[in-house]
Design a protein around this ligand. Structure first.
Ligand code: GSH
Length: 244
């Protein structure tokens, strides 16, 4: 049986969307158990978590006793275990995999840093935040322009077929209002976000750990608790304690 330890955050949604897209494609993924990890209280630093993922971050998947870490590696693992059009396993695989790496190496870290400085670092004086805010905002906008060109007139990132590249990229880009990265000057990217969101598998994947009515619009209470959780991660207190 598979066990997914995750949270309702961009890296977590990649895997929940993947599971639901596989089910949508008619795959029997078997039984799986989902445990929602409380990042605010630092469950990712507890021994049982670190035993599964030494990197102390969600998501982490255990399948038949094997631990797979890193959201994009989990996408590839599941896609290869259950072959579908989400990752063609012929030569077209190499049209997709580089864009999954591109997400992991660029979009995730840059949007994540922009988000942290925008929402979670209230204790950092404004003048110290200005440079990283500008730097990460400009780089995020550059990445959005790369995505815009890559999409071109295609419906999906890698052409006519929805793949794990769309799944990897969507959760970070959809949060543009929360991270305050203005994607509206790129109508093709905005249209792609809406197109991905319209998929039933994506809708179900976004609902792991979040009430359905809050998938698109968080309640004020959820915004406040996400901000507290983000601030607790950004404060580095748990990280400091866990370094030994
Ligand atoms: N490269 C990792 C990043 C995972 C990651 O940053 N997860 C965040 C949530 S989106 C997390 O667990 N944060 C908790 C922390 O940093 O303490 C992946 O893609 O799996």
């Amino acid at each position: 049986m598979m066990e997914l330890w995750t949270s309702p955050t961009p890296n977590g949604w990649k895997v929940s969307i993947m599971l639901e897209e596989l089910i949508e494609a008619g795959v029997d993924v078997g039984e799986f158990e989902v445990r929602v990890i409380n990042l605010m209280t630092g469950e990712q630093f507890e021994d049982d978590f670190v035993e599964r993922n030494p990197n102390q971050k969600i998501p982490t998947l255990r399948d038949n006793g094997k631990d797979i870490i890193e959201s994009c590696a989990i996408l590839q693992y599941l896609a290869e275990k259950h072959p579908t059009e989400l990752l063609p396993l012929d030569a077209r695989k190499w049209d997709v995999i580089p864009w999954v790496y591109w997400q992991a190496a660029n979009v995730g870290p840059v949007f994540g840093n922009k988000l942290s400085y925008t929402r979670y670092m209230d204790d950092v004086p404004g003048d110290l935040k200005q440079h990283p805010l500008e730097r990460f905002n400009n780089e995020a906008l550059r990445l959005v322009s790369v995505l815009d060109k890559k999409l071109g007139d295609n419906p999906w990132v890698c052409g006519d077929t929805f793949t794990i590249a769309d799944i990897a990229l969507y959760p970070w880009i959809r949060g543009w209002k929360w991270s305050k990265v203005n994607i509206t000057t790129r109508p093709r990217v905005v249209a792609w976000v809406d197109r991905v969101r319209a998929r039933p598998g994506v809708e179900r994947g976004l609902a792991y750990g979040v009430p359905k009515e809050e998938i698109d619009q968080w309640s004020e209470a959820r915004k406040a608790s996400t901000a507290r959780s983000g601030a607790s991660i950004a404060s580095n207190e748990n990280v400091k304690k866990s370094i030994n």
